[in-house]
Every structure is written in C-alpha cells, then in structure tokens.
Design a protein around this ligand. Structure first.
Ligand code: FES
Length: 183
C-alpha cells in the first residue's frame, strides 16, 4: 500500500477462480500452503484471497483435501474477524474513521459513499460491485480524510472526489461484467 494524495492508479479487474473445479482448486490450495492443522489460518486466508469470502463448498473441499476437520476450520474462521462468510463486492471500500480522519471530515466522506451506493458499513451493493467497511487507521493520517479501495489509497477526500472515484470504479466494474458476458 502506498499513501498518495492524488489516488491516481489503474483500477484492477482482479482475478477469478470460479472456473476451476472445486476439488482441483482445493488441491492447489492445500499443495501451496500445507495440510497440517497449524496451517488452518493460511489455508482460510488463501480461500478468502481467491474468493473474497469463505464459500462453504470450498472450505469443505479444503477440509477433505487437508484432513483438517471442518469444525477446526470453522472454529478458526469464526474466531478471527478478518474472515467473511458472505460474498464481498468486487471492490472493497475501507473508509478510515481514525482520529485524524474523523477530525478532517471522515463522517461526511462516509455519508457521501453511503448515499452514492445506497449501502451501510458492513453491506454489499445488490449488484455485488461494492462492499463498505470502516477501519480505525490506514496509516496515512497526514493525508486525511482517507479511504482505500483494494490496495489504492484515496486521500484529502471531498464529496466531488469521492463521486469521481466511485464513477471510475463503476466503469471498471461494468467493463469487467461485459468481458464476462454479464448483462
Ligand atoms: S486516522 Fe485515517 S489514516 Fe490514520
């Protein structure tokens, strides 16, 4: 992650593993990470990196492949807040609500996003394009208020800048959907 006042970047279309058969994907994951119980966290992290959440069928397939009991994997997954059980949007928007950002107007920035996307923190848009989260500090306090989409930081936010950024990602999401033949 690089803090930048401009937020200039290329919007990533991300990767998809949806076309890989489940058993093969589970084998790939376990082969790359390991199958001992102490690898439960990295295995879950890899599932989430690929799918952006923990789909039940893939967790079960990894459990079978690694011989780590399903109850162990879900015990770990429910203990750590980093793991998600519901699908996340193509783009995860993290709005900083740390002290510096709060003082610089983070509440207003969050309100603009909520209004533009029609969702609250912790929710995903019905078209699955965006998820919204609040975070404590993104480490770019001198550039407050700040938000992060994927690995890109957007700083010194204004309502106009937020709207322009969201429009850019809406365009990227539409292009991605068109490339995958979605209507
Ligand atoms: S308080 Fe927002 S980046 Fe630190």
């Amino acid at each position: 992650m690089v803090c930048s006042a401009t937020g200039e970047h290329a919007v990533s279309l991300g990767e998809s593993s949806e076309t890989i058969p489940l058993a093969i994907e589970a084998r790939e994951i376990v082969k790359g990470i390991g199958s001992a119980p102490e690898y439960a966290i990295p295995l879950l992290q890899e599932i989430q990196r690929r799918r952006r959440y923990l789909p039940q069928d893939l967790v079960e397939a990894v459990s079978q492949e690694s011989h780590i009991p399903l109850s162990t994997l879900y015990g770990v997954a429910t203990f750590y807040s980093q793991f998600r059980f519901k699908p996340q949007g193509t783009y995860l928007i993290r709005v900083c609500q740390g002290t510096a950002c709060h003082v610089a107007g983070a509440a207003l920035a969050a309100a603009v996003i909520r209004q533009e996307l029609g969702i609250q923190e912790g929710e995903t848009t019905p078209d699955q394009r965006f998820s919204l989260e609040s975070v404590a500090c993104l480490g770019c306090c001198s550039l407050a208020p700040v938000l992060m989409i994927g690995e890109t930081i957007y700083a010194k936010l204004s309502a106009a800048k937020i709207k322009a950024v969201l429009q850019e990602y809406q365009g990227a999401a539409a292009a991605k959907e068109a490339a995958h033949g979605c209507s």
